[in-house]
Every structure is written in structure tokens, then in C-alpha cells.
Write a protein that binds this ligand. Structure first.
Ligand code: NAD
Length: 481
């Protein structure tokens, strides 16, 4: 597959200009179908971050003092500019990340919706007021925190960038975004989108580069009081440690190993559809993937057999082919990591589907969707996030064992519960340690609701008013009456 009009160099965007790194360094960017470099990206470091933060600081007074309605108008124009590029976005996102083209097609709409939603939120936002009898009146003033540092991962990169850009801009912050180094291509659309929408120079700055260099420089910069991070748990821990030096506010959206709990009384066909979607769509590279499937004993054999049949029927192929359901995993290093888990799983559990590269795909990072059954709770494939099309299935005997198994990992991002007994569904939802739970439904988001995890899956919530709380500081003013 080839794709037209790719930029030979993906450059930083600082103060409204496309620029190279101060020291001229670049790093190669490859596509996951051939693992051949197709472009270079600027490799940012402290000097580039310094420049970007300075641009964001000088743009802050004007942007933060715009009225909410005016900022909302700009956000709606950004949404329009994103939507007009939806085909281009889908094709470059699919090319750079290996996502099936049909799934990449939804990304522009979701990204645009993030901007429209936060435009609405900021216009509708009221500030709180309190009265103590006839003696005192107090009111809250919200102020944007300043220059926000946004650090994002490689899965659905453009959409996840928009998830942070939209509320930060709506709140009146200016910002520096550090996209993931494995997938910098779609971020190269932002400069033209922001220019077309009339975002003033310096409000948004993008510094590409490696996490340990560009990302770390952003985390260490004293004039960036806030870091919004989505990525792995280990990197999140490291960023919290580094942020402590300047007492930064951080939001951590981290890894997961989310359970799908299926009771024998569930609509098994619907549960099967959801489980297949939850762990194999987006190539299994989804933070909220239901990657542990717990099935009540009476339904266990049948469910496992049908899941294996479904996995065998999933079409793995080139991401650009509209028939493809699972494309190429993002990077050879990640592919090796996932294959290593498959080898570990062979020793720990019973392989019932997949486990190998599809015979018709000799090159590229392809793996047949893989199902392991009878997975013990202490198995690594039960405990660790694999972040690929690999699922661990285990039986349970009763409700309390279901909850115990669901909670038996360090993670707590999402959970899915399938039962026709709604009282039980609610009981389990309350007992499961995770930030987001779906009962008889799968991963349908509502942008007004809190998004985030507990335990090793994160700290803090974004989404709805939570995002605005995060990107603003509240100040209380007390007045005697
Ligand atoms: P990662 O932690 O390796 O990288 C994420 C980002 O952090 C990248 O931009 C990287 O360059 C940067 N980074 C790395 N080291 C850094 C450092 N020392 N200082 C500052 N920045 C640094 O994660 P990944 O492999 O890109 O993403 C996959 C992970 O993201 C998975 O664990 C997945 O579950 C998680 N994720 C979570 C959510 C969520 O909302 N909870 C959403 C998507 C992905």
C-alpha cells in the first residue's frame, strides 16, 4: 500500500511555524505493514520544548482572556476543519498505526465531537456561589492553569490528542502537545486545522520526539504547571515522580486489564459480539479492552468454543483493505512483545484460537486473534496488559468468585457485565474495582461522564466537567454582606 502526499519530514509546530529541532536531529517513522521508514520526524529536546513553552506563555494572556463564547466559536471551527479532513485522516491514521481503515474512519467524527462538546460545556458553565445567612457571600472564580503539557500514546493518536486539546483550549489554557513517537503522522494535520480555524499562533504548540527526551523536558519544565498524560502505567509512575519536583497537577490515564464477566443467564450472543468487539477491534490496542473474559461455569465450554470460532473467523489483513477487521500491530517492538506473551500463554493456559501469524501475511506485524482458555489467575497473561488481539478466558462458579477474579489484578480501568439479572448486574458493578463499568452494553462513551481508572489504571478523571476542573484552578472570593 502506498499513500500520497506524505510529508518527508514531520516537523514541530511552534508559535505558528513549522520548524526543525534546534539541533537538527530527526528519527525515522515506519509503517507497520512493512516496517520500512517512510518519513523522518523532528526529534525534540529541551531547547525545542523551551521554545514551545515560551510561545505558549506569550499566547496565554490573550487566549485566556477571550470570552467563553469566543473560544467556543473557535473550537467549533476546529471541529469543522477536522471533519472536512475525515478521509485524509482515516487513510493516514490507518497507514501509520495499522488500524483497519473502516475503524480509522470513525476517528475524525469522534475527534470533532470532542471539540463541539467542550465548546458547549464552556458556554454553559456557571460558577458556584454560596451564602451564609445574611453575613457572607462567597463565589468561585475559575482561571485556566496556564501552559498545559499534553502527552499522548500511539493508539488512536489523533482522537486521543483531541480528547486533551479540546478541554484544555476550552478552559483557556495554551499548551504544548507531545505526540507518541511511533505514530506522529496524523498530528501533522493539526497545524493546518488550527490555522484554518483561526487559532492564534502560540496557543497550540507541538513538539515531536522521544518520550525520554521531548516528553521528559516537558514534564521537567517549571513553566508547565499541569501534565495530562495517557499511556502506560510505568511511564505514568515515572511522570508523577518527575512532576513532584514542581508540584505539578497531573492526570493519569493508564493501562488496563479489564474483565468482561459473563453469567450463564446472559444473552450469550450479545455478550459474544461485545467480547469480540472489545478485545479485537482497534487491533486489541485499546485501553478499555475486555482482555479477561470470566464466564460462569454452566456457559463456560459453549462460550469459549464460540469465542474461539469467532476469533478464527476474524479477517486479518492489510489495514487499507475495507474487509480487514484486524490490521497490523503498531510497531515491530510492540509486535515482539505481544508474540512473547503468546509464547508465555502457551505454557500457562490452553490455546484455543490463533497464536500465529496468518499464513497469507508474510511480512508486517500481523497476528491471528488469539484466545487462551482455562487461564489461572496468577498467569502473566491474566495479570499483565498485552495490548494486542489476545484474550484470556477463565471460569467462575458464583457471584463472589466473579468479583474476586475481576478484582484480582493491579488494574482497574473498565469492566463489562453480562447478565439478565439486573440487580446482580448493579451489585457487581458496585463491587468491581474499576473506574468505568458497562452492564449489558459495550464501551459506548458519553462525553459528559467521568473517564478514568483506579488502582494502576490511573489517577484523576477527565470527561465532562471533570476535564474543566482539571484545566482550571478555582479561587474562592468571600464577601461580607
Ligand atoms: P507509553 O507510556 O510508552 O508512551 C506514552 C507517551 O509518553 C508517549 O508520547 C511517549 O513518548 C511518552 N513518554 C515516554 N516516556 C516519557 C517520559 N519519561 N517523560 C514524558 N513522556 C514520556 O505508552 P504507549 O505504549 O504509547 O501507549 C500504550 C499504553 O497507553 C497502554 O498501557 C494503554 O493502556 C495506555 N492507554 C490508556 C488510555 C486511558 O485512557 N486510560 C488510553 C489509551 C492508551
Amino acid at each position: 500500500m502506498s499513500i500520497e502526499n506524505l510529508p518527508p519530514v514531520i516537523r514541530h509546530w511552534i508559535g505558528g511555524e513549522l520548524v526543525d529541532s534546534a539541533d537538527g536531529r530527526t528519527f525515522p517513522v515506519a509503517d507497520p505493514m512493512t516496517n520500512t521508514p517512510y518519513a523522518k520526524a523532528a526529534a525534540g529536546g529541551p531547547a525545542d520544548v523551551e521554545r514551545a513553552v515560551a510561545a505558549a506563555r506569550s499566547a496565554f494572556p490573550a487566549w485566556s482572556s477571550l470570552g467563553n463564547r469566543e473560544r467556543a466559536t473557535v473550537l467549533n471551527r476546529i471541529a469543522d476543519a477536522v471533519e472536512t479532513r475525515h478521509e485524509r485522516l482515516a487513510s493516514i491514521e490507518s497507514y501509520d498505526t495499522g488500524l483497519p481503515i473502516t475503524q480509522a474512519r470513525g476517528q475524525a467524527r469522534r475527534a470533532a465531537e470532542n471539540f463541539r462538546y467542550f465548546a458547549d460545556v464552556i458556554v454553559a458553565l456557571g460558577e458556584e456561589a454560596f451564602r451564609q445567612g445574611d453575613e457572607q457571600f462567597s463565589y468561585v472564580v475559575r482561571r485556566p492553569v496556564g501552559v498545559a503539557g499534553l502527552i499522548t500514546p500511539w493508539n488512536t493518536p489523533f482522537m486521543l490528542e483531541s480528547w486533551k486539546l479540546a478541554p484544555a483550549l476550552a478552559s483557556g489554557c495554551t499548551l504544548v502537545l507531545k505526540p507518541a513517537e511511533w505514530t506522529p503522522l496524523s498530528a501533522s494535520l493539526w497545524p493546518e486545522i488550527f490555522a484554518e480555524a483561526g487559532v492564534p499562533d502560540g496557543v497550540v504548540n507541538i513538539v515531536h520526539g522521544l518520550g525520554e527526551e521531548a516528553g521528559q523536558a516537558l514534564v521537567d519544565h517549571p513553566d508547565v504547571p499541569l501534565i495530562s498524560f495517557t499511556g502506560s502505567t510505568d511511564t505514568g509512575r515515572h511522570i508523577i515522580r518527575s512532576s513532584a519536583q514542581h508540584l505539578k497537577t497531573t492526570s493519569m490515564e493508564l493501562g488496563g486489564k479489564s474483565p468482561a464477566v459473563v453469567f450463564a443467564d446472559a444473552d450469550l450472543e450479545a455478550a459474544l459480539d461485545s467480547v469480540v468487539f472489545g478485545v479485537f477491534s482497534l487491533n486489541g490496542e485499546r485501553c478499555t479492552a475486555g482482555s479477561r473474559v470470566l464466564v460462569e461455569r454452566p456457559a463456560y465450554e459453549e462460550f469459549t468454543r464460540r469465542l474461539a470460532e469467532r476469533a478464527d473467523a476474524v479477517r486479518v489483513g492489510p489495514p487499507s483493505d475495507p474487509a480487514t477487521e484486524v490490521g497490523a500491530l503498531v510497531h515491530p517492538e510492540h509486535y515482539e512483545r505481544v508474540l512473547n506473551y503468546v509464547e508465555i500463554g502457551r505454557k500457562e493456559a490452553r490455546l484455543v484460537a490463533g497464536g500465529t501469524r496468518p499464513a497469507h501475511l508474510a511480512d508486517g506485524n500481523y497476528l491471528q486473534p488469539t484466545v487462551f482458555a482455562d487461564v489461572p489467575r496468577d498467569a502473566r497473561i491474566f495479570q499483565e496488559e498485552i495490548f494486542g488481539p489476545v484474550v484470556a478466558v477463565a471460569p467462575f462458579d458464583d457471584e463472589s468468585e466473579a468479583v474476586e477474579l475481576a478484582n484480582a489484578t493491579q488494574f482497574g480501568l473498565a469492566a463489562y457485565i453480562w447478565t439478565s439479572n439486573l440487580k446482580r448486574g448493579h451489585r457487581i458493578a458496585h463491587a468491581v474495582e474499576s473506574g468505568m463499568i458497562w452492564i449489558n452494553s459495550h464501551n459506548v462513551r458519553d462525553l459528559r461522564t467521568p473517564f478514568g481508572g483506579v488502582k494502576a489504571s490511573g489517577v484523576g478523571r477527565e470527561g465532562g466537567a471533570h476535564s474543566i476542573d482539571f484545566y482550571t484552578e478555582s479561587k474562592i472570593v468571600h464577601v461580607a454582606l
